[in-house]
Write a protein that binds this ligand. Structure first.
Ligand SMILES: [Zn+2]
Length: 258
């Protein structure tokens, strides 16, 4: 949907498949992925393969995760390419405003060729979700802003661009502090400007954490999450200068004010 161009839906707790009653898919096997498609041309499918393989390495790298388990054979991720948005929404039962969705548990991505910024945004974003969740565990409880911020960190254009958006929100007085961001619930009724700001702030805070305090610290933080320490404990254990999320909020604001 044009209305919310970069809102990309993420589902990580799917139980059974939503999608695959009909056996309409052709299969293209790659090293770490299996790509399913129906009418998409082969050159598009091959580009998906090439880019997905490239992001597989890049994302693991830029989050500082050392790959501990290769995606091979039955463990390959599956990418389902619907013909178009109508097909995607109807067959996959996904929201009209979404352009891509992923399940970390099933290690599957669903999208369609005309999805917003297919190669630069949708694909790395959804893969980012899967790789992050694979590292911290699909069931770890973390705020949505962390989840979405990590995924948006993979969309290169969104990393830097958000400084300006968030600074403008501060000067307009619409900035959402981190503790509010943490409790914010998004649904189909949430106004577009709020949704946009939620995503911009999420991307920005993760960018701040990774670039200001380093990849290694971010990995240690993710490791604590993986160990089940919980979000608050993991934060204060690794980022020792923050006693709580308000301290993180203050540091982030200071960075934005400079
Ligand atoms: Zn997402």
């Amino acid at each position: 949907m044009k209305k919310i161009p970069y809102l990309i839906f993420f589902i990580f707790l799917f139980g059974n498949s939503l999608v695959f009653a009909e056996n309409k898919w052709s299969e293209h096997k790659a090293q770490h992925f299996i790509i399913y498609y129906t009418n998409a041309p082969m050159d598009f499918v091959k580009s998906v393969e090439e880019m997905a393989e490239q992001y597989y390495v890049e994302i693991t790298d830029n989050l500082g995760f050392t790959r501990y388990r290769n995606w091979s054979f039955d463990d390959r991720a599956k990418i389902y390419i619907y013909d178009g948005q109508d097909d995607y929404v109807a067959s996959a039962k996904l929201m009209k405003w979404s352009h891509g969705a992923a399940s970390a548990v099933k290690k599957e991505i669903w999208t369609f060729p005309t999805a917003h910024g297919f190669f630069d945004s949708t694909l790395p974003h959804e893969l980012g979700h899967i790789i992050f969740r694979e590292f911290i565990c699909p069931y770890a409880q973390v705020p949505l802003w962390l989840e979405e911020g990590v995924a948006m960190f993979q969309e290169k254009a969104k990393r830097w661009g958000t400084n300006k958006i968030v600074r403008e929100a501060i000067s307009r007085g619409t900035f959402i502090p981190l503790n509010e961001l943490t409790w914010m619930a998004l649904n189909s009724q949430t106004p577009k400007n709020e949704v946009d700001l939620f995503y911009a702030e999420s991307a920005n805070i993760v960018y701040f954490l990774i670039t200001e305090f380093g990849e290694q610290r971010f990995v240690n933080f993710c490791r604590k999450l993986k160990q089940g320490a919980g979000f608050d404990n993991s934060l204060t254990f690794v980022y020792t200068r923050f006693r709580n999320i308000d301290d993180l909020n203050k540091a982030w604001r200071k960075y934005l004010d400079e």
